[in-house]
Design a protein around this ligand. Structure first.
Ligand code: HEM
Length: 470
């Protein structure tokens, strides 16, 4: 038996004997988990049962882990020891999706990860930066108009437009410009696919194999349309690279970087893997970053002293989007700390579900092959026993030499750590610099409850701004 930690085999507790909430025959604990509040429900149950407990959804046994050290050990033991749950990959396969790096496993994952990391290399991000700054300037112009007309801003919706424009530009080399032209078909399809994937990953009985509801038909059409659009983008990128072969060494966008990496001898990557990764970037990069930004704006509006310090930093370091540089963004240390603190309290991905590839042990618990291991990321990171003033919004803690960096893991950990983390922090800083450099925030209100879909995000928030004096 392989073990994630190594207590003597005889000291191991079988998963089935662990404490945990009692469930019903056939459906297990399903009724205790509200689909849109699943993260909060598991976190609440964890308060009662401690760092390791048992649940089940249908017949699927689940080990819930809240202890940071154990979670880190599980996350490190990939791709060999643990995989993403098969149900998610199967839901994608069934829809005809290609597995990108998020869902690939084993050798396919290793090859794809290498390709994707080349697309996120520092020089590649530097090449994308002007596009990011341009999209930020458009967002600022949109908000200036709202502020001058005294209108309130639909915060989450505008931030989604911003992240879609950035990601589509980076992923495809296409400026979709939903900020100025309204919703784009790509964005509508993405929303549907994200909703469909998270729904299907949680429903224990795959009814859609037998009966297709109108939602399933729309979902399937969206996946097909997305695939056609992606094929078109790839054909255009290939043509650009053929016309200008220097682009292989200096790719202008993520798609070109991936095609160049895939074309390298022995890359082990085919066209389908590139297709899978274009949609993966769109899916993984849109709602995560816009959710982080929405929560950050909401938290700053409630903490005037942090807001003032962030504003002062932006106005001193990076006052004008027309002249933004990547170096300026790197100097926004307090804004960066605010982003991390917001993600500690409101992580866009509050849990990571995995599945054991073999019989193993987590802590002192025996985990049979194929059990689901549910890693709760927001537990130790918000526990007063681990962190002073754990419930408070205190960005300074990220600038001090405390233990917060070990406790909060908003981007996961180990070999499958989010490859988009630097890019998303850059996006967050550009958007925040556009906001704080030009405006005073009068209020951020609306529905600040947490909802889980593809990621954890607030309900509809509205923001009111005044143009800053001077
Ligand atoms: C605030 C924004 C973001 C957050 C909080 C976030 C969070 C995460 C988390 C928790 C994981 C799982 C890590 C693990 O299993 O250990 C992940 C994986 C991933 N993320 Fe992000 N992410 C963000 C933005 C992005 C962006 C902007 C992109 C790309 C454009 C991206 C692409 C990916 C990919 C491709 C993976 C899969 C990596 C793999 O399995 O090897 N993410 N992200």
């Amino acid at each position: 038996m392989d073990t994630t930690t190594t207590p003597a085999a005889s000291a191991l507790r079988p998963l089935s004997t662990l404490p945990g909430p009692s469930g019903l025959p056939f459906i297990g604990n399903l009724l205790q988990l509200r689909p849109r509040k699943v993260h909060a429900d598991v976190e609440t149950i964890a308060q009662r049962y401690g760092p390791l407990f048992r649940m089940s959804v249908g017949r699927q046994p689940i080990l819930v882990v809240t202890d940071t050290a154990l979670i880190s050990a599980v996350l490190r033991d990939r791709p060999d020891g643990f995989r993403r749950p098969s149900v998610t990959a199967e839901a994608s396969d069934e829809l005809g999706g290609e597995r990108g790096v998020f869902l690939a496993e084993g050798t396919a994952w290793r090859n794809q990860r290498k390709m994707v990391m080349q697309a996120f290399a520092p020089h590649a991000i530097k090449a994308y930066f002007p596009l990011l700054a341009r999209v930020g300037a458009r967002l600022q112009a949109r908000w200036l108009q709202a502020a001058q007309e005294g209108r309130s801003i639909a915060l989450n919706a505008d931030l989604k437009r911003y992240t879609v424009d950035v990601i589509a530009g980076l992923a495809f080399g296409e400026e979709v410009n939903t900020i100025e032209h309204g919703d784009d078909v790509v964005q509508q399809q993405l929303e549907l696919i994200m909703e469909g994937m998270s729904r299907r990953s949680l429903i224990p009985f795959p009814y859609w194999r037998y009966v297709k509801l109108p939602f399933d038909r729309r979902l399937e059409a969206a996946v097909l349309a997305m695939r056609e659009a992606t094929n078109g983008f790839i054909a255009k990128a290939r043509q650009r690279m053929q016309d200008d072969p220097s682009r292989a060494a200096k790719p202008q966008n993520m798609l070109e970087a991936m095609l160049a990496a895939a074309d390298q001898e022995g890359s082990g990557i085919d066209q389908n893997a590139v297709i899978g990764n274009v949609s993966t970037m769109l899916l993984a990069g849109e709602d995560t970053t816009s959710s982080a930004l929405s929560w950050l704006a909401w938290l700053l509006a409630q903490h005037p002293s942090a807001l003032q310090r962030a504003q002062e930093e932006v106005r001193r370091v990076a006052p004008d989007p027309a002249n933004f540089t990547i170096e300026q963004m790197d100097q926004l240390e307090f804004v960066d700390a605010c982003a991390h603190e917001a993600m500690r309290l409101k992580p866009p991905a509050p849990f990571i579900p995995l599945q054991a590839n073999r019989d193993c042990a987590v802590g002192d618990v025996q985990v049979p092959k194929d059990s689901v291991v549910w890693c709760v990321l927001r537990h130790d990171s918000v526990a007063e026993s681990k962190l002073h003033n754990a419930a408070g919004f205190d960005p300074q803690r990220w600038l001090d030499s405390g233990n917060v960096r070990q406790l909060a893991m908003p981007f996961g950990s180990g070999p499958r750590l989010c490859p988009g983390r630097y890019l998303s922090l850059l996006e967050i800083k550009v958007a925040m610099a556009c906001l704080l450099g030009r405006f005073d925030i009068d209020s951020v209100g609306g529905d600040s409850q947490e909802y889980h879909g593809f990621v954890m995000q607030p309900g509809a928030l509205t923001m009111r701004l005044s143009p800053a004096a001077g």
